[in-house]
Design a protein around this ligand. Structure first.
Ligand SMILES: NC(=O)c1ccc[n+]([C@@H]2O[C@H](COP(=O)([O-])OP(=O)(O)OC[C@H]3O[C@@H](n4cnc5c(N)ncnc54)[C@H](OP(=O)(O)O)[C@@H]3O)[C@@H](O)[C@H]2O)c1
Length: 286
């Protein structure tokens, strides 16, 4: 893990039984954080949240998406706020979904919130984390773009389809997609912990957002597979409803102004290099 490699001593809050001395079992729904987990820590990182894109946003699913973010965040913020010697920083995962579907607009951190379930949820989630500022704790929300990893998330789901040569752009393919390599996502958290000027919302996405058509073309190119099968918008809406509307079809062109202004350097600023790294497909001849 990146934090261990950087010399941090990491403790983990897990919902299952603890598997070692560095793990602490918690029940976020119960609202309690084991005091021993937080005692003496410098920083708290909050990544909790059920997968947004795992399926249709039925009413029960929306409740889970919301509670899996709000309960852990509120519990952590309350616990941090009640500590006589709180940590220096509370760094929370957030999402570029905050901005919603914004066409070609270039979105820095000062852009307004978008419309829809995801934007509202993200704003509420951020507010819950920001509560620690009242106790003088630095709060940062990393508005992540799609994190590129072959082990989970959007890329992992696309890989089998693209490997079969059945990949294709989604709808017109003109929608912008903000993305970040897994390496850079981890590095951005480390940067935020170590940089006192990193506070409030920070776009955690590469400086090179791409359209869905370009993403599709590059993924096919890196995998050396054709991408001949566009998926029509109506099929996505039929299959996934609002989830498709607010994620797969939404256009979000965020840029990492705050991270760049505080000296963060992306290891993989370009999509092709990021895909090659994450998929273990170095350029032939390099
Ligand atoms: N991956 C992306 O592309 C992406 C993009 C934008 C934003 N984000 C955000 O970044 C965060 C981490 O993403 P990820 O892809 O690493 O997610 P992940 O691998 O699915 O991990 C999610 C974490 O949330 C915890 N969790 C799930 N349901 C929970 C619940 N009901 N109560 C408490 N904790 C719960 C899980 O805890 P257990 O270990 O206990 O199961 C797990 O540690 C998420 O909040 C996600 O919304 C991710």
């Amino acid at each position: 893990m990146r934090l261990n490699a950087e010399g941090w001593d990491v403790r983990r809050l897990v919902r299952r039984p603890a598997a070692g001395p560095d793990e602490f079992t918690w029940d976020p729904a119960g609202g309690e954080v084991p005091a021993a987990a937080l005692a003496g820590v410098t920083a708290v990182i909050n990544l909790a949240g059920e997968n947004i894109a795992a399926g249709r946003w039925t009413e029960p699913r929306r409740r889970v998406l919301r509670s899996s973010r709000m309960e852990p965040t509120r519990a952590l913020a309350r616990a941090i706020g009640g500590m006589p010697r709180p940590p220096e920083v509370f760094a929370c995962a957030s999402a570029v979904g905050f901005y919603g579907d914004r066409g070609n607009l270039v979105l820095g951190e000062d852009a307004s919130r978008g419309e829809g379930f995801l934007s509202e949820l993200t704003a509420e989630w951020e507010q819950a984390g920001a509560a620690v500022e009242a106790s003088g704790v630095r709060w940062a929300a990393l508005r992540l773009g799609v994190v590129l990893s072959p082990e989970g998330g959007a890329l992992a789901r696309l890989l089998p389809i693209f490997r079969l040569g059945l990949g294709g752009r989604l709808a017109t393919g003109k929608q912008w997609m903000s993305w970040i390599s897994r390496e850079d996502a981890a590095a951005a958290f480390v940067h935020v912990l170590a940089t006192p000027s990193c506070r409030g919302p920070l776009n955690a996405c590469s400086p090179g957002p791409v359209t869905n058509a370009d993403f599709t073309r590059l993924l096919g190119f890196v995998l050396r597979r054709p991408v001949a099968f566009p998926v029509p918008a109506f099929a996505l809406r039929l299959g996934f409803g609002r989830m498709a509307e607010e994620t797969l079809l939404a256009s979000t062109r965020a840029i990492p102004r705050a991270l760049s202004a505080t000296g963060f350097r992306f290891g993989q600023p370009g999509l092709e290099a990021a895909l090659r790294l994450e998929l273990g497909r170095p350029r032939v001849g390099s």
